[in-house]
Every structure is written in structure tokens, then in C-alpha cells.
Write a protein that binds this ligand. Structure first.
Ligand code: G1P
Length: 266
């Protein structure tokens, strides 16, 4: 899916690169071959743009190029849940802390959300999830933190529940950014089914707490868009369009015209 002029996946890569991450693993599935082609170098297109003197486009294209050997692709053969998707990458991740980005959660933030998390994680260690307050009735769409200690921007969790149907432990929802200790992969080895019959990453993180290891939530600074929903994707398009120097004036004028016409019709 394209947000303004780049696929969502590019926003995730840019955010991870800004946080200093240099190696990437995509967990994909059947029919997603275009993803590999997207990150390949487009030599023919590059030389055509060069010949045509289209240097701006050339720069944009080159900024998406990835170093050879920096990306690996792993197939998740069955859609068994987010925890299972992460587990599929276990051999590539090995025994070191790793970050997870759910690319349908797009976050506009400065510094980018994952960088904020890495800065916080350097102080806390353990595992860390991005979190934000949501309305009580919305908690059932998210992983939800049970808070042991609220230190302001950072909270220490004493539990995590995936999509609680009732009695959510707080209104702090987990958003799709994680920094995880490799022991989470060991927890995923149990492959136990959780909410919705799926293998949940939330449950494997909750197991960390049960086993006495630290899990924190960071109330990140920024705005999150759920691009997995139609309304969220439209909102992201407006917000990211208005944030672009080359588009904002024309786009803002268009939006205010649309709103004026709508208001006049009311
Ligand atoms: C996933 C996670 C959930 C998290 C959410 C954030 O759920 O399982 O814990 O709160 O992403 O977007 P999904 O939205 O894939 O159902």
C-alpha cells in the first residue's frame, strides 16, 4: 500500500534505519514476491533517470536502496498469528535483542518512535513495547499492559493481555513497535494458542514477566495511524500529505475547499 508516494514498508525501513538498525528480516507469505523486487536495485530505471537528468527522482530511488546482504526474507507458511510470524525468523535473529515493527502501524514522531524506544531501552534493558492510551471500549482491539509502576513516559509491566474481552488491566494499548530480549523467542517455542486461536507475541512477552524478566512500555511522542483500517489509512494520507513541503500548500487548499463545500451543503 502506498502512503503519499512510498509503500508503507518503506516508512518502517526508514524508521528502523533512523534508529541505527542495519539488518532486516521480512516475514512474508505467498504472493508477496513484489516486496523482494521493491528492495532490489533498479539499475535500468536508475540509468534512464540519469540519462534524462531527473536527479530528484534518482535521489529518491537511491535512498530506498539497501546494502547487499542487509535484508532477508522468511516465509510464514500458515497465518498462525503474529507470535508465529516472529518465531519463523528465530534462526536468523539468533541470540541477541531484536526489534519488531508492524508495518500497518505508521507513526509520525520526532525522533522516530523506534529511536525513542532504543534511547529508553538503553536505560531500562529488558524488553520494551510502544504504548498509548486508548478509550476503554477500544482496548479489546489491542494487547493491553497491566501496569506495575508508572514512571511517566516509561511504565513497568506486571502483565500483558491480548485483546481482553472484559476487564482490561489498563487503557494502555500496545502499538506495533517492540524491542525484545531473545528469550521471547524461547517462549514462542511453546507455540501455544492464545486470543483468536493464534500464537500471540503478547503472550510470549507476558511469559517474560512471569519468568521474572523486565518488560516496559514507552508512551512514545507522536501520532499513530492504523493503516490496517480504512479510516486510519485515510487519516495517515492527510497527515503525511500535509507534512510534505512539496505538497502541503496545494493539498491544504484542496482540503479546505472540500470542507467548505461540505459545510455549505449542511
Ligand atoms: C497486533 C498485536 C496487538 C497490538 C496491535 C497493534 O494486533 O497482536 O497486541 O496491540 O497489533 O496494532 P493486530 O492489530 O494485528 O490484530
Amino acid at each position: 500500500m502506498t502512503l503519499v508516494d512510498r509503500p508503507l514498508i518503506q516508512y518502517a525501513i526508514d524508521e528502523a534505519r533512523a534508529a541505527g538498525i542495519k539488518e532486516f528480516i521480512f516475514v512474508t507469505s505467498r504472493g508477496k514476491g513484489a516486496l523482494e523486487d521493491y528492495f532490489d536495485h533498479a539499475h535500468e530505471l536508475e540509468s534512464n533517470l540519469k540519462k534524462a537528468g531527473k536527479n530528484d527522482l534518482l535521489d529518491t530511488l537511491r535512498s530506498t536502496n539497501m546494502e547487499s546482504g542487509a535484508i532477508a526474507y522468511i516465509r510464514q507458511h500458515k497465518a498462525l498469528g503474529l507470535g508465529h510470524a516472529v518465531w519463523c525468523a528465530r534462526r536468523l535473529i539468533g541470540d541477541e535483542p531484536f526489534a519488531v515493527i508492524l508495518t500497518d502501524d505508521v507513526i509520525m514522531g520526532e525522533p522516530p518512535c523506534l529511536q525513542q524506544m532504543i534511547e529508553a531501552y538503553q536505560e531500562t534493558g529488558g524488553s520494551m513495547v510502544a504504548t498509548m492510551e486508548v478509550a476503554a471500549e477500544k482496548t479489546q482491539a489491542y494487547g493491553v499492559l497491566d501496569v506495575a509502576e508508572d514512571m511517566g513516559a516509561i511504565v513497568r509491566a506486571r502483565g500483558m493481555v491480548e485483546k481482553p474481552k472484559e476487564n482490561p488491566p489498563s487503557n494502555l494499548a500496545v502499538i506495533g513497535r517492540y524491542i525484545l530480549a531473545p528469550t521471547v523467542l524461547g517462549n514462542l517455542n511453546k507455540l501455544k494458542q492464545g486470543s483468536g486461536g493464534e500464537i500471540q507475541l503478547t503472550d510470549a512477552i507476558a511469559d517474560e514477566i512471569a519468568e521474572g524478566r523486565d518488560v516496559f512500555g514507552l508512551r512514545f511522542r507522536g501520532q499513530r495511524f492504523d493503516c490496517g483500517s480504512k479510516a486510519g489509512f485515510l487519516q495517515a494520507t492527510v497527515a503525511f500529505g500535509l507534512a510534505r513541503d512539496d505538497l502541503k500548500d496545494e493539498f491544504a487548499e484542496y482540503l479546505s475547499d472540500v470542507l467548505a463545500v461540505r459545510k455549505a451543503a449542511e
